[in-house]
Structures are given as structure tokens and as C-alpha cells.
Write a protein that binds this ligand. Sequence first.
Ligand code: NAD
Ligand code: WQD
Length: 338
Amino acid sequence: MSILVTGGAGYIGSHTLIELINQGYKNIISVDNYSNSDESTYARVKEITGVSVKKYAIDLTDKKSCTRLFEEEKIESIIHFAAFKSVPESVENPLAYYHNNLGSLVNILDCCREYSCNQLIFSSSCSVYGNSKELPVTEETVLSKPESPYAQTKFFGEQILMDAVKAYSNLRVIILRYFNPVGAHKTGLNGEPASETPNNLVPYITQTAAGLKEQLQIFGGNYNTKDGTCIRDYIHVSDIADAHILALSYLSKMDKQIDILNLGTGNGVSVLEVVKSFEKVNNLSLNYAIVDRRDGDVEAVYANNSKAIKLLGWYPKYGLEEMMKSAWKWQLHLAENN
Ligand code: NAD
Ligand code: WQD
């Protein structure tokens, strides 16, 4: 029986492959269409673990390919990462996001039903909380209006899963709402694939420090927060990966069909605090300027993570400094290998 990791060539998927291998899982299959990654990820996973993961190049929106995969492999559980994830891109091209993120989920659920695969972990996002008044957000916090088509795909994805478990009594699902995953593997050999136009804060910081971008723009300095900049819950990608391994065990003993867990550190950290931490641990000075607010940004969001701690026995191991150190190590690795 195998574990299927969709989007295994991507940022969080590849770190999860590494943790699965490190925890002794043997029959791991990764599926990706390389729309936001490439096959070189698997060489990095092998460099770190010594293991070549069995891989398929499949677009999960193609039902025939999904079916062929389930025909060929006996899949017991699925960790479903594969999705598009850029908020601004989703505003420009919403249909591509609905098609990809929801189409692939529906195909996978269809195959689960047809091939009696009953365990699924779904990558959701803190973006489903929208602009929440209640902080920290718990899994019970009423969801506010999603701020983007991307966030809508996560909201609808969760709804689809809630309907699916009602209809299919054998299906067990864990929805993991990640906050802001950052950092890289502690070896510095695997991290978020480089993008010429990073949307997220930490890749922008590392590219600015590396001289690939001239200046980091900090979006908004007049929020009602400790230093005027936005507050987020940054969490190390390897801690996120760890939680998936624990969630796999929890799935097999869960006494309900579906559960939702926040994956964050529980610490609200400002943009300026991230910048200062990066400068300090890497002994660098960053060129940055505070500019106008970015459309669609929420002022503050951070997790109450006590449910994941209680139910999974999970605890985030890495602090902000380790996130910043590993992110920089990965940027240096990218520079050496280009
Ligand atoms: P990523 O883009 O690095 O990885 C996603 C992988 O899925 C990529 O390798 C991509 O090529 C693949 N993929 C996309 N569509 C596919 C399809 N139709 N068929 C097959 N493969 C497909 O993203 P990530 O940061 O690793 O995110 C993983 C998951 O976590 C996503 O669902 C994302 O929405 C969610 N998430 C990410 C963050 C974040 O900030 N990184 C935060 C919250 C939630
Ligand atoms: C973090 C903070 C920016 C870039 C998004 C998605 C969320 C999740 C994580 C997938 C904000 C500020 C950023 C820059 C800046 N992804 N910033 N200058 O927007 O919190 O969350 O990614 O699910 O769903 O919405 O992440 O890294 O873009 O921004 O000042 O160049 O950094 O304003 O306060 P965000 P981010």
C-alpha cells in the first residue's frame, strides 16, 4: 500500500517527501505536472535522504491520467498539495485557479471513491479566515469573506471535502490550514524554487540580500500593530512537513470523519521583525523602504495552534531565526548552482 503525495516536486511537498523518508515510510509516490516546479527537486530529495522517490508526471485535472495512476498503484492515503498558490495571479486569472485547484481535488476524490482509498490530507490556508476580527484564529473562528479567488479555492475545497465525507462513510479527511510557511531544509539543499517575481515576503528578502532585487518594499507602515507593519504567523516549512507525518497516523485512528487543524507557531510577527531577524542572524544589512499598503492585505492574522498540538502531538521546533538562517542558506545554494 502506498502514500500518494501530490505536488511532491513543490516547496512543501518536497519537504514532506524528505520527512516521510526520514520517518521510515517506504512506498511513497509523488505526482506533479511541474507547473510550478521541475524534476530537479527529486535530485535534491535524493541528495538529502539517499532515496529516489517513485514519481509520475501527471496533470491531476486530467481524469484519465488520475484513473491510470490509481489503476497502477494501490494507494492507501493521499497528501494533496498540488494547487496553484499565487494570490495576485488568481485575481488576474480566476478561472485557471478554480479549474486547477478544484478540478484536481474533485478528480482525486472520484478516484478515492472508485479505488477505495479512504484517507486524505488537504492543504488549506489561513487565507480562509479572511480579515478576521478575532485573534488568534481558532478552527472555530467564523470565516470571513475570502479576499481572493485563490482563497476561495481553499474555502470551496474545504466545503467539497465536508460534503464528500457526508456521502462516503469510509472517507477520512484532515484539513490543514497553513499560516505562512517559510525557510528551507536545515542543510540548505532544498527550499522554495526560485521565482523571478516572488510574491511572498521571505523570498523577496533573500533575493534582495543576494542583489537580485534592488530593494525590499514593505507594504504599509501605518497599520494598527506594534510597529505599524502587518502581523503574520511565519512557520518553518519542515515543521509543516512534520505535521503531515503526524496527521497520517492521526487519520488512521481518528474517531470522526473530518477534522480541521491550524498549522502556525501561534506567534504574531511583524514584517519589520522578520527583516530585523534576517539581518541579525545572517549578519547582513537589507535595503528596504516602507511604501504604500498592498491591496488585499489583512492587518494581522496568527494561529491558535493548540488543537494541532493536542491532537497530533505536534510542536513547531524552529523559531524565526532558524527560518531566516535556512532561507538565506538556500538562497546561497541557489546562487552557487546557477
Ligand atoms: P508549490 O507551487 O511549490 O507546490 C505545488 C506543486 O503542485 C507544484 O510542484 C506544482 O507544479 C504542482 N501542481 C499544481 N497543479 C498541479 C496539477 N494540476 N497536477 C499536478 N501537479 C500540480 O506550492 P507549495 O508552497 O508547496 O504549496 C503546497 C500547497 O499548500 C498548495 O495547495 C498551497 O495552496 C498550499 N498552501 C501554501 C502556502 C504557502 O505559502 N506556500 C500557504 C498555505 C497553503
Ligand atoms: C507577508 C507580509 C505583506 C512581500 C499569502 C497568502 C496566504 C499564504 C501565504 C498560500 C504581508 C508583506 C510581502 C513584500 C511586504 N499562501 N510583504 N513586501 O500575503 O500573508 O499570505 O501567502 O496559501 O494564503 O495570502 O504572505 O509573504 O505575501 O506577505 O511587505 O515584498 O509581508 O504585506 O504583510 P501573505 P506574503
